[in-house]
Write a protein that binds this ligand. Structure first.
Ligand code: GDP
Length: 706
């Protein structure tokens, strides 16, 4: 939008004023979080529909949804990108940050969680909590994100609200408390009861999209009262005054419940449960009301903390106030076909103005914010400024990538970095022609810019380009996007597992560099003990040196030398993980010692100690859940066994059988296609990285070629 006429300029001024006045208490930054297929996209669609942001009802099945704007996503029905969309409800501004459901995109989930204040976890009423919901739930715990739960698909055959709620208790150990109660289930699902307001939302005909708000129907009076008592008891457990009233059997008003419940939700003590059927537009109004009533505003969450980029030990705090210095976190980069590079930012403090210069504290560069946009599902709105708690997309930033902080140059801060998992799988891609080669470099620069979990490198021996990512689907999507968006024709090699190496027993070795080549020599000497560390611990380093054996200034170069050398293990050059290096001894020379010499010595010590420490090759092990009709159970199990899977347990879920197992990533290639063919398309599965474990000898021999 170009502001040219007088009226438009006035509109612009008004926008600015409006932005300054944004009442933070009336902002909700939320995300819908879910296992794939739970209905997150449909729920988001319905929310946009009812909040008036979109007038046609998008339906995921016919590929017309508004949020999934990438054509590829439409075809696959998976939400990959995470767009931020602004909606209005009951005088509040609700910013919806789209989070992907597929676990191959967990980094996308992580970065969305980083900037959310609250989440709505969408579960299916038939199956409740599934393995991937568990993963996302734990991620949300890490980021201390208060959550509501929406039990979706109440219209489906086998819908069971109580069962779904029980899975939250059993599988997540979370204090889930229904604040609503469904009326009917499956094809008879015709409404719900709000246990706080004691009203019923009734959908009068099977097709009804709008509800009537009525008194609780007589036949539900007893069950609703019991559920309400349960709710009050649970809320009272978190609030002393209410607890006293509860025991004295005094009347507790709905305002008191709301207030105490809001506090309990924000403290992560209670996760309220709502119910509905997104597909049939049911339960969306009361869900939105619950978002406003119980999820935090940017004022309710802890002040954001960061460090001084000049001194990382110095902690800095920014309050959500326009009077504080600017701090904004880049959480997503997208290249938009119309406006170019868009950097999604969450402003935590201060005011970000369009057309001004700011500073990127990580890249240590000055950046210019050209324009600022707020994205609605199907339109954009230009803004002059954005204040604390707001989410905007900036145009014009050149160097800023995901995870970096923007701030004033004279008042710098680095907000906590977003952590991304290491890639587990790689493929070699080879452009078909010379033109493809050029286009491919452009494509990969851009795709890697948008996606911090994609790494692009080249194989020194073969000269091939190697893409590494989070799984088969992730890499498929990247290759598809190269084809469609950038017209690159490329041959893709077989996927290769990103193995790791480690030591299985402690071993000590000395590394000594002594070089006397006339003049200034080189002298570095250190002894390292390598020990196995626990799964997921990565690389640890510590020193046992006491006294004046070795000046402290050489500890850091030794650690650096060790970490660099550990990028490439002694078995087959894979990165080393789950190992601790202990610096036990060393010596130096007054003239000849340098940081460089100690780095080299550490690398030498590492290599020989690792040789002695019975090194082992590790492979990524996935946790998999397969749901299959009972008649195919034998085939599915037989197939899993042939893939070195270890079945942990099996249970019946309705008519289906659920198998939980661990399976090496290397054995999962093409599993989607295969399981479909042996079950005539009736089984489904979900998997995620669980841990690394030692590769059996015969497989290791194949991998290393020995
Ligand atoms: P996402 O993967 O979590 O984004 O899930 P989608 O929104 O794409 O939904 C997955 C499938 O479930 C689609 O086929 C939807 O039409 C269907 N679905 C979503 N909500 C409901 C619901 O309330 N009832 C029923 N029966 N199906 C639903």
């Amino acid at each position: 939008m170009v502001f040219s006429t007088g009226t438009e300029r006035m509109a612009k001024d008004m926008t600015t004023k409006a932005a300054q006045k944004t009442d933070l208490k009336k902002v909700r930054n939320i995300g819908f979080i879910a296992h794939i297929d739970a209905g997150k996209t449909t729920v988001t669609e319905r929310v946009l529909f009812f909040t008036g942001e979109t007038y046609k009802i998008g339906n995921i099945d016919d590929g017309t949804t508004v949020m999934d704007f990438m054509s590829l996503e439409r075809e696959r029905g998976i939400t990959i990108g995470s767009a931020a969309t602004n909606a209005q409800w009951a005088g509040h501004q609700v910013n919806i940050i789209d989070t992907p459901g597929h676990v191959d995109f967990t980094a996308e989930v992580e970065r969305s969680l980083r900037v959310l204040d609250g989440g709505v976890v969408v579960l299916e009423s038939v199956s409740g909590v599934q393995p991937q919901s568990e993963t996302v739930w734990r991620q949300a715990d890490t980021y201390k994100v208060p959550r509501l739960i929406f039990v979706n698909k109440m219209d489906r055959l086998g819908a069971d609200f109580d069962y779904a709620v029980s899975t939250v208790h059993d599988r997540l150990g979370a204090n889930a408390v229904p604040i609503q109660m469904p009326m009917g289930a499956e094809s008879d699902f015709h409404g719900l009861i709000d246990l706080v307001d004691q009203k019923a939302y009734v959908y009068e005909t099977p097709e009804a999209v709008e509800h009537s708000l009525v008194d609780i129907p007589h036949e539900y009076a007893d069950s609703a009262e019991a559920a309400r008592q349960h709710l009050i008891e649970k809320v009272a457990e978190t609030d002393e005054t209410l607890m006293e009233k509860f025991f004295e059997e005094e009347e507790i008003t709905k305002e008191e419940i709301k207030l105490a419940l809001r506090k309990a939700v924000i403290n992560l003590d209670i996760f309220p449960v709502c119910v509905g059927s997104a597909l049939r537009h049911r339960g969306v109004h009361p869900l939105l009301d619950a978002v406003i009533d119980y999820l935090p505003s940017p004022m309710d969450v802890e002040d954001i903390s960061g460090v001084d980029p000049a001194d990382e030990d110095k902690k800095l705090i920014r309050k959500p106030s326009a009077d504080e210095p600017l701090s904004a976190l880049a959480f997503k980069v997208v290249t938009d076909p119309h406006v170019g590079r868009l950097v999604y930012l969450r402003v935590y403090s201060g005011t970000l103005e369009a057309g001004t210069n700011i500073y990127n504290s990580a890249a240590r560069s000055r950046e210019r914010v050209g324009r600022l946009m707020v994205m609605h599902a199907d339109s954009r709105e230009e803004k002059q400024s954005a204040g604390p708690g707001e989410i905007v997309a900036a145009i014009g930033l050149k160097d800023t990538v995901t995870g970096q902080t923007l701030c004033p140059q004279d008042n710098q801060i680095s907000l906590e970095q977003i952590s991304f998992p290491e890639p587990v799988l790689s493929v070699a891609v080879e452009p078909k022609t010379r033109t493809d080669q050029e286009k491919m470099s452009t494509a990969l620069v851009r795709l890697a810019d948008e996606d911090p979990t994609l790494t692009v490198s080249s194989d020194e021996e073969s000269g091939q380009v190697i893409l590494a990512g989070m799984g088969e689907l992730h890499l498929d999507v990247i290759v598809e996007r190269m084809r469609r968006e950038f017209n690159v024709d490329a041959t893709v090699g077989a996927p290769r597992v990103a193995y790791r190496e480690t030591v299985t027993q402690p071993a000590t070795a000395q590394g000594k560099l002594v070089r006397q080549t006339g003049g200034h020599g080189q002298y570095g000497d250190c002894t390292l003990r390598l020990e196995p560390a626990g799964p997921g611990e990565g690389l640890l380093f510590e020193s046992e040196i006491t006294g004046s054996t070795l000046p402290r200034e050489y500890f850091r170069p030794i650690e650096q030398g060790f970490r660099e050398a550990a990028q490439s293990g002694v078995i087959a050059g894979y990165p080393v993980v789950d190992m601790k290096a202990v610096l036990v001894d060393g010596s130096h020379h007054d003239v000849d010692s340098s940081e460089m010499a100690f780095k080299v010595a550490a690398s030498m010590a590492f290599k020989s100690a690792m040789q002695k420490g019975k090194p082992a090759l590790l492979e990524p092990i996935m946790k998999i859940e397969v749901v299959t009709p009972s008649e195919f159970l034998g085939d599915v199990l037989g197939d899993l066994n042939s893939r070195r899977a270890q079945v942990q347990n099996m249970e019946a879920r309705g008519e289906a059988q659920v198998i939980n197992a661990f399976i090496p990533l290397a054995e999962t290639f093409q599993y989607a296609t295969h399981v479909r063919s042996i079950t005539t398309g009736r089984a489904s599965f979900a998997m995620e990285l669980d841990h690394y474990s030692a590769v059996p000898k015969n497989v290791a021999e194949k991998v290393t070629g020995n």
